[in-house]
Design a protein around this ligand. Structure first.
Ligand code: NAD
Length: 364
């Protein structure tokens, strides 16, 4: 069944054997922000995916907005990730690093030295919440702060933090890198009109709002090559108080720019999955496809094997990316291949905690 899902696909210079791709999934299980044996087990169990995109990983100590999420800015983290990559490779899999900066979805409690989070402009994300440790040692949701606007002179340092993170990812053995430019975090805050009111060359026009994202793509590609770099975007989403009057135009502009560079893939997270009651149309998906021909076009949302096959057969996209089904089914591709029933994911164990709900979902 679902034969098109089990035909190989080229993501730039990396060929993957099937089109059941694992989405980046925050699991918040690293109190020290360092992957260990349990995390290597979790990813190793899922090595049957065409590609694993690892959970969002903070590029620097100030890129954080949640406790217990991993980083890739020091030697211990690099070594921990190397262990994870080895576990995936040993089982015949492939894994991409996802590089993440939360921007304004953060506050003084989770930032180093109690400092303010940084963002394009000093505008708070209305309703945005981060996840912090309180003075009494408990952890919980907390309102995001009004951020500090990055100085123009600080932008090269920001770009460099992504290049350094890419260097560490390469040393850890990751097959590819995905730039997280989705879900109302820093890079989407730069692209969106509501969160970017800068008057320097990083704000104002559409080209200016996209500039830092492309500088980061270029910096990461200086390490990996464009044929090993992907990007994740989420046009039209409105989570965390994000507002954007030009989301569609930005998506088309970015698709053209990424196409010129020959990026390995463009990965679109659909807004209905991000909790918004907004649905992408096939006309929109086709308009992106028409502009981005250089690499693979991936969609993540409420996909099933049937919907993915339909997408591929109609030439709209190259593969679907699966999140929650991969949490509960380490052998998801095999289940799709033989049409087996799926385990149901337990939302109570999505974030935080330990092995339960993480490495104990049954295989067939
Ligand atoms: P949520 O609102 O329930 O939780 C938000 C965040 O709080 C989680 O990502 C996690 O970091 C943190 N958190 C929650 N409970 C925690 C716990 N017990 N211990 C430690 N940290 C904890 O998230 P949701 O409703 O599942 O997701 C909301 C939307 O955000 C979804 O659309 C999802 O796809 C998206 N999302 C994006 C990212 C990302 O881009 N990095 C991460 C998570 C969720």
């Amino acid at each position: 069944a679902h034969s098109t899902l089990f035909t190989p696909l080229k993501l730039g210079s990396l060929e993957i054997p099937n089109r059941v791709i694992m989405a980046p999934l925050t699991r918040a299980r690293m109190p020290d922000r360092i992957p260990g044996d349990m995390h290597a087990t979790y990813y190793g169990q899922r090595a049957g995916a065409g590609l694993i995109i690892c959970e969002a990983t903070n590029v620097s100590p100030t890129a954080v907005g949640y406790v217990y999420t991993p980083g890739i800015w020091n030697d211990e983290q690099e070594a921990g990730w190397k262990h994870v990559v080895e576990a995936v490779h040993a089982r015949g899999g492939r894994i991409a690093m996802q590089l993440w900066h939360v921007g304004r979805v953060s506050n003084e409690r989770v930032q180093p030295n109690g400092q303010k989070p940084v963002a394009p402009s000093a505008i708070r994300g209305e309703g945005a919440q981060c996840f912090v440790e309180f003075e009494d040692g408990t952890a919980g949701r907390d309102d995001a702060a009004t951020p500090r606007a990055l100085e123009t002179e600080e932008i090269p340092e920001l770009v460099e933090s992504y290049r350094q993170a890419a260097l560490r990812s390469k040393r850890a053995g990751f097959d590819m890198v995905e730039v997280h430019a989705a879900n109302a975090y820093l890079l989407q805050q730069f692209m969106a009109t509501g969160s970017n009111q800068r008057t320097d060359r990083y704000g104002g026009s559409l080209e200016n709002r996209a500039r830092v994202v492309l500088e980061i793509v270029d910096a990461v590609a200086s390490v990996y090559g464009y044929d090993r770099v992907g990007i994740r975007m989420s046009p039209f989403i409105e989570i965390f108080g994000l507002k954007d009057d030009e989301s569609e135009a930005m998506m088309y502009y970015m698709a053209e720019q990424l196409n010129v560079r020959g990026l390995a893939y463009l990965h679109i997270n659909e807004p209905d999955w991000a909790g918004d009651d907004i649905h992408l149309t096939d006309d929109f998906r086709r308009a992106v496809r028409a502009r981005f021909r250089s690499g693979a076009l991936l969609f993540c949302g409420h996909y099933t094997p049937e919907r993915e096959e339909d997408l591929i057969e109609r030439g709209i996209g190259d593969a679907a990316v699966f999140g929650r089904p991969f949490i509960a089914n380490p052998d998801l591709p095999e289940r799709f291949r033989i049409g087996a029933a799926l385990n149901e994911p337990d939302p109570d164990t999505f974030y935080g905690g330990g092995a339960e709900g993480y490495i104990d979902y049954p295989f067939l």
